[in-house]
Design a protein around this ligand. Sequence first.
Ligand code: IMP
Length: 338
Amino acid sequence: MKIFSKQDLQNYELSLTYDDISLIPTQISEIRSRVEPITKTSFMGLELGLPVISSPMDSVTGNLMAKELTNSGCLGVVNRFDSSLQELTSSSAKTQGIKAVSIALNTPFSVIEQLAELNLIICIDTANANNKAVLQKCEEIKSKTKIKVMLGNIAHGATLRKLVDAGADSIRIGIGGGSVCTTSIQTGIGIGQVSSLLDVYFAREKDNLKIELIADGGIKSPGDVAKAIALGADVVMLGRMLAGTKETPGEVIKYNDQLWKKYRGSASFGVKMKNEFIEGEETMIPYKGVVKNVIDGISDGLRSSMSYMNCKTIEELRKINTFSILSNSSYLERLPKK
Ligand code: IMP
């Protein structure tokens, strides 16, 4: 079996995603216990306890979720669809524990100035960062304020330098890979998440660009989080893994003797309330209880992965260069059987 480096995976003729690859431990680990690895990392000027941020979707991140994620050492990006943003700008006391928000392309500059005063990171939340209006908005914000800006999304590294030149501090990578995303079906656009991430990673390495990489979409398990970081991502952005928890906006619904919460794409009918350019699904997720349990599970999985891979820090995990590509049967063998 061939052991693939990041560069080998990048050169592979087919596009790959998380289920296609696996990490191979090739060293004697010096880590005695899974509590030893240090999962902290810095991201966009913040110190995080875990390289995990939440997606700015209306069924994932409101103010409550953002605060709880800060308490758990992660970062919540507050959505732009419900009243969360309005609540923030109308009372600065409410921003305590909230570090990042998303805006639309047409958000007035007066609101952006308020967000700058509150010292918040901004995510310009669009489906396609490779767009002139997005770059102009980013340039405008960067020239007039000291705000750190997250852009998204891209699926390939070809335009990375242009995004950096526009002032982007971080970039969400992934088009078509989100679990409630129908973009690829509607448009035929998109590449597997592993290949997308690697393409952008190598574009950054090649030109020594200063921009942080967010693996966004398609992450289903703590193992996928470990894979994304081992592929060089600075942080992962999660939608579905955090959906259905107590802190997400929206009600808990009892149906068929089971508790559920809604999870929907930002381009779904439920968010847009009109039948145009629908590229997102709406679904129900079994209620998961408090988000802290999910975060603890990710932390456990990541620490365990780091201990197998002999990585004491996230920085070391990002340097991993021993991957395998799984045959379909190898992938199926890895799944627990009932
Ligand atoms: P998940 O973690 O696999 O559920 O993916 C979450 C990501 O899906 C988000 O962070 C967005 O990048 C993406 N996304 C959210 N809503 C939509 C949509 O309506 N259409 C396409 N992609 C979406």
